[in-house]
Design a protein around this ligand. Structure first.
Ligand code: AMP
Length: 418
């Protein structure tokens, strides 16, 4: 038997309803903040990610699905989507439009991850970016949209962890501070961090190995070393979050696994997923587009891990999303069956979701099935009903049955859904 590749999943009903519910909420909330959807390719030139995400990051170093196409060009399945959005900005000359532009995306990303809980090799991200504004207000708006989206899903226990990563000019100074602090302990760091200390010391702060985290605690906060302008910026973002009552804390050693961030960086962790499992990550990336050869366009945004989000969805949202009321139309006999599709068509057109019994079940078998599958409303169409131009509508939960004219079914349905 052929099996799906490791780290991938089949999303089956009814779980797929949870994903739809989450995505509907994202579209609603983000478009209410003036964002529009962008869809970029699932694969891009490998160089895009090497140059944006950074060639010493874990993602580029060991997690990309990279392959030559038939003409030998190196392509990579996107491990994240901010780089693709930046590339699209440059290529489509979005700079010529009035900006800022608020863009959101929903789609699959690919990383060759070691298998562990909450990590998949194909996973979905929901992201929002504001491109073309460099103010703290833009950062705060992105965070507000994030908080509103999470509140729409019913979360009330999520906290934004926020840090100042400083400006790129501060990076060298800070890198030297990290090396100075950690070099004496070099041999106690994990093998990856020993390499990171040479190649990209900032990444050591991101290591999930407990011993590395202990040692990293001795490194001064980036904020202490960062430029005054970057500090003012992030403080202003924080001030806005305070005004809005958006739950947040300062996390002085928070860095993200991608090289393009500067100034504001943030993460959302769920108490239900454990401290190392991040639900959402984001930040400001004012040099990304210019580093890729485009104009200077500041940007700020985030990506939410949809797989993890669905895992910890609050119960109320979950049960609402899983509920899928339909009218189960059961025709009894050949004449009724012949008429049934017309009824289904008319009711669907009038906004009634219909599930037609197409397997020819008897009334008894159909009612057993309705009970088993939670189809609480059944429309029975026998010869009698057919003659009279009615259906017998049964409400299984209330144990009631009544005959309703075929044309009256939509009104009956709407009454039951209120
Ligand atoms: P990043 O692009 O690394 O900042 O990740 C943003 C979010 O995507 C994370 O907070 C996770 O929720 C999610 N994510 C990243 N990698 C994976 C993965 N391998 N499996 C599931 N979710 C992931």
């Amino acid at each position: 038997m052929i099996q799906r590749p490791r780290g991938t999943r089949d999303l089956l009903p009814p779980d797929s309803r949870l994903w739809q519910g989450v995505e509907d909420a994202a579209r609603e909330v983000f478009s209410a903040f003036g964002a529009e959807e962008i869809r970029t390719p699932v694969f891009e030139a490998t160089e895009l990610f090497v140059r944006s995400v950074g060639d010493t990051t874990d993602i580029v170093h060991k997690e990309m699905y990279t392959f030559p196409d038939r003409k030998g060009r190196s392509l990579t399945l996107r491990p994240e989507n901010t780089a693709g959005v930046a590339r699209a900005w440059i290529e489509n000359r979005l700079h010529d439009r009035s900006h800022p532009l608020r863009l959101y995306y929903i789609g699959p990303m690919f990383r060759y991850e070691r298998m562990q809980a909450g990590r998949y090799r194909q996973f979905a991200q929901i992201g929002l970016e504001i491109l073309g504004a460099d103010t703290p207000l833009a950062d705060a708006e992105v965070l507000l949209a994030l908080a509103e989206f999470l509140a729409r899903l019913g979360f009330d226990d999520l906290v934004i962890h926020l840090n100042n990563l400083g400006d790129p000019e501060d990076r060298e100074r800070y890198t030297a501070v990290i090396r100075e602090t950690l070099s004496p302990q070099r041999s106690s760091l994990c093998a990856d961090c020993q390499r990171r200390l040479d190649e990209n010391p900032l990444r050591v702060l991101d290591c999930k190995v407990p011993r590395c985290q202990e040692l990293a605690a001795a490194v001064p906060a980036i904020d202490d070393v960062a430029s005054a302008a970057s500090r003012d910026h992030v403080n202003a973002v924080e001030e806005q979050l305070r005004r809005l009552g958006v739950a947040h804390v300062r996390a002085p050693r928070l860095v993200r696994g991608l090289d393009y961030y500067l100034r504001t960086v943030f993460e959302v962790v769920s108490p239900r997923l454990g401290a190392n499992t991040v639900l959402c990550g984001g930040g400001r990336y004012d040099r990304l587009i210019s580093d890729l050869g485009g104009p200077v366009v500041p940007g700020v945004g985030f990506a939410i891990g949809e797989d993890r989000l669905v895992e910890v969805l609050p119960e109320a949202f979950r049960s609402r999303a899983l509920a899928s009321p339909r009218l189960y139309l059961v025709p009894l006999g050949t004449a009724a069956a012949a008429r049934s599709l017309e009824l289904a068509r008319d009711w669907v057109r009038a906004g009634v979701p219909v599930e037609l019994e197409v397997s020819g079940r008897s009334l008894k078998a159909a009612l057993r099935r309705a009970d088993k599958d939670g189809l609480a409303f059944v429309a029975i169409l026998g010869d009698d009903e057919l003659q009279a131009g009615v259906v017998s509508l049964r409400d299984l939960a209330r144990g009631e049955q009544e005959r309703v004219a075929v044309a009256g079914v939509p009104a009956w349905w709407q009454g039951r859904q209120a």
